[in-house]
Design a protein around this ligand. Sequence first.
Ligand SMILES: [Zn+2]
Length: 136
Amino acid sequence: MKIIEGKDIKKFSVIKEMVEKAWSVRASSNGKTRVGAACAYVDEGIVVEGCNIEHRFRSHDIHAEVNAISTLVATGYESFNSILIVADREQFTPCGSCMDWIMEIGGENADVMFQSSMTGDIKVYKAKELMPHYPF
Ligand SMILES: [Zn+2]
C-alpha cells in the first residue's frame, strides 16, 4: 500500500480528474451511504465514473465500482488500470463482487484507491494485495 497525500493530488492530472469525477458523481447516489467511483485507463487519460444505486430489494443494488466499470466497457474500453472509490468513511474496501469485477476487467495489477474526503489522502493498493489468493 502506498499513500498519495492530499496536497500532492494536483500533481497527477488523471488522479485529479478521478477525484473530481468520483466525488461529483457520488452526489447522484440515492443511497444512505453514498459512494462514488472513477476508473481510468491511465495511458489514454480516460476516466469514467459511477455511483452506487440502491434498490428496495437490496440484492439489486448497483455498487459504484460496478457502475463505473460498466460505463467504461460501454464506452468502448476493455480494461482499466486504476480505480478510485470515494465515500465519507474512514475504512472501506470494495465488496467481494466488486473485487471480482476489478480483477476481471482491471486485472491483479490494477491500482485500487480509496479516499474519504475530497482533499484527503488517497490509499493505493494493488488489486492483488486485496485479493492475495485470487484464483486465476
Ligand atoms: Zn461492491
